[in-house]
Design a protein around this ligand. Structure first.
Ligand code: 5GP
Ligand code: ZN
Length: 115
């Protein structure tokens, strides 16, 4: 755990969050500033700053994040209508929390390309 990391503190239940799913390896919780009717963040419990820091040994957790996002989309009834999954990395993508997180967005029509 990185003591100064907001998402590590949410994972440790030091800071409250609206938790959607939790297991040994990952946590999913509602974004505090939702950009769509469904806006869930999925994070590995292990602190990884950006996608640039991924190692081969992280393949399992990245796969779990993506599969869990699809499962939550199914629970929300948006599998068929569609949803978007996004990892933002560093400044140009607008990453603000440096603990990797997969955004799951859906429940409305989403524009492409993003801004
Ligand atoms: P990024 O811009 O790094 O890809 O996304 C960070 C996300 O974290 C943003 O969508 C922001 O609304 C969300 N966020 C920031 N602080 C908190 C918080 O304390 N709780 C929750 N649930 N989400 C947060
Ligand atoms: Zn962290």
């Amino acid at each position: 755990m990185a003591a100064a990391c907001l998402f590590c503190r949410i994972i440790a239940h030091e800071i409250p969050a609206s938790i959607v799913y939790e297991d040994e390896a990952l946590l999913a919780f509602n974004d505090i500033n939702p950009q769509a009717p469904t806006h869930v963040l999925l994070v590995p419990k292990r602190h990884i700053e950006t996608l640039n820091d991924l190692q081969a040994g992280d393949d399992q957790i990245v796969g779990e994040l993506v599969r869990r996002a699809a499962a939550i989309a199914a629970e929300r009834g948006i599998s068929a209508t569609g949803f978007r999954t996004v990892f933002n990395t560093n400044r140009d993508a607008g990453q603000t929390v440096f603990h990797i997180h997969l955004h799951l967005l859906g429940g409305r029509s989403l524009q492409w390309p993003p801004g």
